[in-house]
Ligand binder design. Structure first.
Ligand code: CA
Length: 570
């Protein structure tokens, strides 16, 4: 019998091959993390991954992928999943670059996975042990990361922005924006524009004077800081009574959008403080507004105010989405926003003028429009002597859960809440770090929707009118995702990810039962041509804390808690 012994030469070749294979693998892993450049961010809409909070600067939440489509979505199956060690609201979308996926959980944990397999790569747990979390109004949530260069960025509950090496999780810088415990916190996903990490603060319920701040992406040093409430003598400062601006609120707690063509940043500004408006007569700029900002220096170009002299906590932070529309035969470069106050706005993004506003929920506080400006109903304004019943509730016709806009259907998809409220004025005085409201309130059913706390609505962008609706007994608090496959994805409070036919609203697929209700924002990406859809389940956020009669509804109260990330593919 002939035994073929490996020759010395063959063994040496094998050893070389093994060494090459090993270094090759290491080199491939290193090369795998493609730096996120300005050019890639500008073209993020066509990237294979999901590079920022709402996918691209338009904030449409729309992906051009069509491997998963209306024709085959019924075959969508679980690919991998990950159980979070935390309960509370899990709100972040998976952010994906190449085969790297990043999510955040409540309390600022940041976890990196292999996007295709779910293999855990590294975890960063932000140290909150020395921080009082009492001035965080609405659960200890986080809405995800931003990517730039070789770094990943997270804004934290203790008012820091942390930059980490995307491959290793090693901290590159960790910058404090404001002293903690006076009402400031951060829960939003940062937005990176031309080398600046841009964030905004929460704190509108504590009289914290809001701001948007830009940090140098490499060093974390402040580039500019834009206070959302002007002081006396500044433009808009005369819309406040003497001494009120310093505690005027105007938090900026959601991610903005960006128009590269006009180099303009759009950022939503929250409610004035205190909530009770009789204490601060005037329009109270720039609360409840969208501000158009020069990203180079943080200067305001124009603003549009959704709710003047807000007394209902309607905020104005809901995202603005860039889209072109044709209204009454005329073409516009628009931004659209489904405001907490129950009106769907289309605004000319070149000059801030109102194109149209249509109700998408029962809306009695803002009753109409005059010369492009909202008109509020004095009868719906509470005082210390007068209780009102008005719609929507302060939770809004829509809260922070982002809408999606599909260029294929030319519709906006709005996670809608059907609630009203009673509200009455109360005595209040400012004390740093304590709630600054001056009102009592209770969320109630909207009489127009006796059986439904929520719905998914499609709105025709050219008219502002409803195209279809999918009613839900439970509130609908999931973010929206649309794709070129003709699909709309969104998660429900009873723990399913739905795929709708974006054109008709027909349910084409429903995931297996997930561990908890969904507040999270779905995203989609491809690795080696294979398309994935991911979403966090994990009930929490503001609704269970502030939801009044809705939160007490046994169907809502019994929604199980527990964060869990699910990824699906064909
Ligand atoms: Ca608020």
């Amino acid at each position: 019998m002939n035994v073929h012994r490996p020759t010395h030469q063959a063994l040496k070749a094998l050893a070389v091959a093994i060494v090459l294979a090993c270094t090759g693998t290491a080199a491939a892993a290193d090369a795998d993390y493609a730096p996120v450049t300005d050019a890639r961010l500008k073209a993020a809409g066509t990237d294979n991954g999901w590079l920022m909070y709402r996918r691209d600067y338009t904030s449409r939440g729309y992906a051009p992928f069509k491997t998963i489509s209306t024709k085959n979505v019924a075959n969508l199956k679980p690919a991998w999943d990950w159980k979070s060690p935390l309960d509370m609201g899990h709100e972040a979308p998976p952010i994906v670059n190449g085969d790297y996926l990043f999510v955040t959980t409540p309390k600022n944990h940041l976890i990196a996975f292999q996007a295709s397999t779910g293999k855990q790569l590294w975890t960063y747990e932000h140290d909150l042990s020395n921080v009082g979390l009492k001035t965080i109004c609405c659960d200890v949530v986080n809405r995800g990361v931003a990517l730039y260069g070789d770094k990943v960025y997270m804004a934290t509950l203790d008012n820091r922005v942390v930059a980490l090496d995307a491959k290793t999780g090693k901290v590159a810088w960790n910058e404090q924006l404001n002293a903690p415990d006076v009402g400031y916190a951060m829960t939003l996903a940062p937005l990176v524009v031309k080398g600046k990490v841009i964030v905004g603060v929460s704190g509108g319920e504590y009289g914290a004077r809001g701001f948007v701040e830009a940090l140098d992406a490499n060093t974390g040093k402040q580039v500019w800081k834009l206070h959302t409430i002007p002081l006396p003598g500044e433009p808009g400062g005369d819309t406040w009574p003497k001494g009120a601006a310093e505690t005027g609120g105007g938090a900026a707690w959601l991610t903005g959008s960006y128009d590269a063509d006009t180099d303009t940043l759009f950022w939503g500004v929250g409610n004035p403080g205190p909530w009770l408006a009789t204490l601060r007569p005037g329009d109270n700029l720039y609360t409840d507004s969208v501000i158009a900002v020069n990203p180079a220096d943080g200067k305001i170009k124009w603003h549009y105010q959704y709710t003047p002299n807000d007394t209902w906590d309607y905020d104005g932070t809901n995202e603005t989405v860039l889209t072109d529309i044709t209204y009454q035969g005329k073409k516009y470069k628009a931004i659209v926003s489904a405001s907490r106050n129950g009106w769907f706005y289309a605004i000319d993004r070149t000059n801030g003028k109102l194109i149209y506003a249509e109700k998408f929920a029962s809306a009695t506080s803002v009753s109409g429009f005059k010369d492009g400006k909202p008109v509020t109903d004095p009868e719906m304004r509470p005082t210390v002597d007068k209780e009102v019943f008005t719609c929507p509730s302060f939770l809004g016709g829509k809260n922070w859960w982002p809408i999606s806009v599909s260029p294929d259907t030319h519709m906006a998809y709005v996670p809608t809440l059907h609630t009203c409220m009673t509200m009455k004025g109360a005595a209040v005085s400012y004390k740093a770090g304590l709630p600054f409201l001056g009102e009592t309130f209770l969320v109630k059913r909207d009489p127009a929707f006796p059986n439904h706390w929520g719905s998914v609505q499609a709105i025709d962008l050219n008219t502002g009118k409803q195209a279809w609706t999918f009613p839900s007994e439970l509130p609908w608090n999931g973010g929206m995702l649309t794709t070129a496959g003709g699909l709309l994805f969104s998660g429900s409070a009873d723990g399913y990810l739905y795929a709708f036919d974006a054109k008709t609203g027909k349910v084409l697929w429903k995931s297996p039962q997930m561990a908890s209700g969904v507040l999270g924002v779905p995203s989609t990406w491809t690795v080696n041509g294979k398309q994935y859809v991911g979403v966090f389940a994990g009930w929490g956020g503001g609704v269970p804390i502030w939801g009044g009669e809705m939160a007490k509804d046994p169907k809502v109260r019994n929604i199980p808690l527990g964060g869990h990330l699910y990824v699906f593919s064909l």
